[in-house]
Design a binder for this molecule. Structure first.
Ligand code: ADP
Length: 510
């Protein structure tokens, strides 16, 4: 049975769930009952959003030379939040000059011990202001407050703490070698984890003695500017971190600037390829963290309820706006009906709505463009013959929303099995043998992450060694830690962030 994904364009309508072959005898439906009906619990802490955010260059908030600003909207309400400065090439040049001056004059010469003190101070100040930052992150990006509060912000602080610890120990990180900083790093980040991506990039760069020009994504610039206030309040020397806001052109101007020594980019594979072409032959160092199409492999011996919970987390966490999202589920054929039924029952209990409500599981899609992209791909899945199931949950009247969904009857050639959806949409497929599971999981141009669910440790090790993915989770999913490196194979990019490996892109070893 098919159903058009066009229902998303009329978010008020409740779609009737499409029935996939789930109702086999012997598999009782899970009765979640009324225990799952909660009252609203909106976040009550108030925060101040400025009307306008300037650029952060040379330790000061400055008006853009371009004289231009663009609007940032709250994706859950479509209401304007703030006007954001739009940096042009002249602004980028000022930021790079400020970063160079700070590198040559102060930061490049400072001892690791002193650099570490600044980073520890910044980490503590992030912790102190974590609630405010989490609320702003949720308002600007649409992610549920329970994620920004309990996942993003603790990890942001943890990354600064972790790399603060390395600042005076680089000789232990690379025994027998001397680690020297590179210079000025240009860093471009996406909108799915705005502060976390900023921390992943800024903390190791600074720990190694480099200075930074950071460009946040156009739809999520606000928290980066509040982070800039923390840098100012922490007394970080002027120009060590500069933050320039703007659209893709601003990022391109940063990539092309001749006085940049290294580019670190997280974002789409298409833009990553453009950046790789732009820096080719320039001598600039480059790391790319790009898209993904991760497979979660569920073996018949896995604890099914736990696995379903992890799979739900893997794809619906942060609305599926996660490059390592487990957007393909490969289920061993013998447990397929059981898994599908559990998945459907659990999805029906997910609460979609106000991201500032502490009970919300799935927040707003980050932007109208992203919502359109998700709808277009889901429509293609229906047109190509896959069967769509969607949670019948109610959606708010305004804002950008997408119901948690999964497809069955998916073949490897369907676009929904090949292309990154970056939304709460799962493609479910089956396999009969571990070898088939590996072949299907690796049948993608990406290789960022994968998941294995099984009761047997030996299967985990055997399968993990055959999966072509940079990060492999076993019996869990989407777990991050600053000590653990993250990065991809194939078109998911190259270079690692996090852990000791995350220092490598920011040092020259002699
Ligand atoms: P996503 O698909 O996650 O929206 P993009 O790759 O479009 O990611 O954007 C990620 C970041 O790259 C954003 O900060 C965006 O402004 C920036 N960007 C977009 N186009 C370019 C470009 N041609 N050169 C450099 N940066 C770019």
């Amino acid at each position: 049975m098919k159903k058009s994904a066009a229902i998303h364009k009329a978010p008020q309508k409740k779609p009737a769930a499409v029935s996939v072959a789930l109702d086999q005898p012997g598999i009782p439906a899970l009765d979640f009952g009324s225990a799952w009906e909660y009252s609203a619990a909106p976040e009550s802490t108030s925060v101040t959003v400025q009307d306008r955010y300037e650029l952060f260059i040379g330790g000061k908030f400055v008006r853009p030379k371009s004289g231009r600003y663009f609007q940032s909207v709250n994706p859950a309400t479509e209401k304007p939040l703030a006007r954001i400065a739009q940096a042009n090439a002249a602004d980028v040049d000022s930021a790079v000059k400020a970063a160079r001056k700070a590198y040559d004059g102060v930061w490049g010469k400072m001892s690791g011990r002193e650099r570490g003190k600044y980073l520890f101070r910044i980490a503590r100040m992030i912790q102190e202001r974590a609630r405010e930052l989490a609320i702003l992150e949720t308002m600007d990006g649409g992610k549920p407050i329970k994620e920004s509060r309990d996942v993003d912000l603790p990890l942001v602080a943890a990354h600064f703490f972790y790399y603060a610890g390395w600042a005076d120990k680089l000789n232990y990180a690379f025994p027998g070698k001397s680690a020297r900083s590179i210079g000025v790093a240009g860093q471009i980040i996406p909108w799915n984890f705005p502060l976390m991506m900023a921390a992943w990039k800024i903390a190791p760069a600074l720990a190694c003695g480099n200075t930074v020009v950071l460009k946040p994504a156009e739809t999520t610039s606000i928290t980066a500017m509040h982070l800039a206030q923390i840098f100012q309040d922490a007394g970080l020397p002027d120009g060590v971190v500069n933050i320039i806001t703007g659209v893709g052109r601003t990022g391109a101007a940063l990539v092309e600037h001749p006085d940049i020594d290294k580019i670190a980019f997280t974002g789409s594979t298409d833009v990553g390829k453009k950046i790789a072409a732009a820096v080719a032959g320039s001598g600039k160092r480059l790391t790319l963290e790009l898209g993904g199409k991760a497979a979660n492999i569920l073996m018949e011996d896995a604890p099914i309820n736990q696995a379903v919970e992890g799979i739900i987390n893997g794809i619906f966490f942060n609305q599926g706006h996660v490059c390592c999202a487990g957007s393909r589920l490969l289920v061993e054929e013998s447990v397929y009906p059981q898994v599908l039924r559990r998945l459907r029952d659990r999805m029906r209990t997910l609460r979609v709505g106000d991201p500032l409500d502490k009970n919300t599981d799935i927040g707003a899609i980050n932007s109208r463009e992203q919502l359109n992209r998700i709808c277009e791909l889901v429509d293609s899945g229906v047109e190509e013959g896959a069967e769509l199931f969607q949670s019948p949950c109610a959606l708010p009247g305004s804002g950008y929303w997408f119901r948690p969904s999964f497809f069955t009857g998916v073949t490897a050639s369907h676009r929904i099995a090949r292309e990154e959806i970056f939304g709460p949409v799962l493609s479910v497929m089956t396999f009969r043998t571990p070898a088939e599971a590996i072949e299907r999981a690796n049948n993608t141009c990406y290789g960022l992450s994968a998941g294995i669910w099984t009761d047997k440790g030996s299967k985990i090790f055997k399968m993990a060694s055959q999966l072509k993915a940079g990060v492999i989770w076993a019996n869990t999913y989407n777990k991050f830690d600053p000590t653990s490196p993250f990065g991809g194979y194939k078109e998911s990019g190259f270079g690692r962030e996090g852990g000791l490996h995350g220092l490598l892109p920011y040092v020259v070893l002699e």
